[in-house]
Design a protein around this ligand. Structure first.
Ligand SMILES: NC(=O)c1ccc[n+]([C@@H]2O[C@H](COP(=O)([O-])OP(=O)(O)OC[C@H]3O[C@@H](n4cnc5c(N)ncnc54)[C@H](O)[C@@H]3O)[C@@H](O)[C@H]2O)c1
Length: 368
């Protein structure tokens, strides 16, 4: 039977919890979505995931794995506006196939441009904003943090102002586990204090606080998500996984910061997208949700897994000076999210196989 929504349009931002029945009832799926940063890695996967879950769209081979997500949601019309500045990190090809869908709209726009953002919001009148857009590369933030503060902090504030002006029903602010900083032993809960190390993570922590302050002051229906490291199709080749695939495929040396023993928790990107969708349908407004893969490995183990799969030797690994302020281990407790019924569906092994195949294909690495 198709998945049903129990809440009416007016109740979209109500807490989806039935005390009487002692269970969580999903909200109605909003039909006017505004996604920021949709031409980037996670944003583009999210747009594919939404249109694939709710609309009858044919996908390219890059989305074969959607069979793993036979969500059985009731089919519905969705208008989705993607607002992206198209920085170096964006790849419009990520959404090539989606652009044929009549409910898909694109605006090239810097989220820190107040007048333009307001104009777009007033014209489109989104019900729900899913805010991915950010400068996202830690190394670049260490070289120069200015763009990170403008896009990540000011940009988030501008979007919240626009959301308040048009009265959006839900604002999902996509953040990161990096805001908590490093931990040797335990896992951080949503109540742990923020202790970011890099200009990137401090800009994200700042934007989380801006978003939550809009909820506290104006009642804007904000939910903050903090996810661990993602891997999957369409990631920019400057990031660890695609970078290792690219260098190894070309028999080039693979630089590894310091000992390479830094621990990260990896989640396949489609599982992150499904977690966001579950939070749209069942998350409580004003709350923060950690999202974890529960798959902690160190960087050397991740690199070895890739090298093994593409038949290359670990002799390609070359240790370099450690990154400044490099966090040793990220770890979050996502029990609160799992109580909504979410859990990852794609194993690390399957996800990595799929990511390698996609990256080799997309970057043309198989060609001699
Ligand atoms: N990649 C991860 O492992 C990870 C993990 C947890 C959280 N996150 C968060 O998820 C979000 C998306 O990450 P990603 O890896 O897809 O990033 P990405 O760098 O691949 O994509 C970012 C997108 O945002 C756009 N953008 C940047 N600045 C903009 C601006 N001022 N105005 C409009 N658009 C702008 C870029 O053009 C790009 O399309 C970020 O907020 C990031 O902090 C990422």
């Amino acid at each position: 039977m198709p998945f049903q929504y129990y809440f009416s349009r007016k109740q979209l931002h109500a807490t989806p919890f039935s005390a009487k029945m002692g269970m969580i009832l999903p909200r109605r799926m909003p039909s006017r979505l505004l996604v920021t940063g949709g031409c980037g890695f996670i944003g583009s996967n999210f747009i594919h995931h939404i249109l694939n879950s709710f609309c009858d769209i044919e996908f390219d081979s890059c989305d074969d794995d959607h069979v793993l997500y036979s969500n059985n949601y009731q089919e519905m019309e969705i208008d989705l506006l993607n607002m992206d500045k198209l920085t170096y990190a964006a790849d419009p090809d990520n959404l090539k196939i989606v652009s044929d869908y009549s409910g898909y709209f694109f605006e090239q726009c810097d989220i820190s441009d107040y007048a333009r953002v307001i104009e777009i919001f007033e014209n489109f009148k989104p019900e729900c904003v899913i805010h991915f857009a950010a400068e996202s590369h830690v190394d670049r933030s260490i070289e120069s943090g200015y763009e990170f503060m403008v896009s990540n902090v000011l940009g988030t504030h501008v979007l919240l102002e626009a959301s308040r002006k048009v009265g959006v029903s839900l604002f999902i602010h996509i953040s990161t586990d990096e805001v908590y900083g490093s931990t040797d032993h335990d896992s951080f809960s949503e109540n742990s204090h923020l202790n970011p190390s890099s200009p990137y993570s401090s800009s994200k922590a700042s934007s989380d606080l801006v978003a939550l302050s809009h909820h506290n002051t104006y009642g804007t229906p904000v939910i903050v998500t903090r996810c661990t490291n993602n891997f999957g199709p369409r990631q920019h080749p400057e990031k660890l996984v695609p970078k290792v695939i690219q260098l190894a495929s070309q028999d080039c040396k693979i630089p590894v910061y310091g000992s390479g023993m830094q621990v990260r928790d990896w989640l396949y990107v489609k599982d992150h997208c499904q977690a966001i969708l579950d939070i749209i349908l069942k998350g409580e407004v004003g709350q923060i949700y950690n999202i974890a893969g529960r798959n902690e490995i160190n960087n050397l183990e991740m690199i070895d897994s890739i090298l093994r799969r593409i038949g290359k030797s670990s002799e390609l690994i070359e240790h370099t000076n450690d990154r400044q302020g490099h966090d040793f281990r990220y770890s979050v407790d996502d029990g609160k999210l799992r109580s909504l019924g979410w859990e990852p569906r794609i194993s690390f092994e399957d996800g990595l196989d799929y990511t390698i195949a996609d990256t080799i294909n997309r970057l043309g690495l198989g060609k001699k």
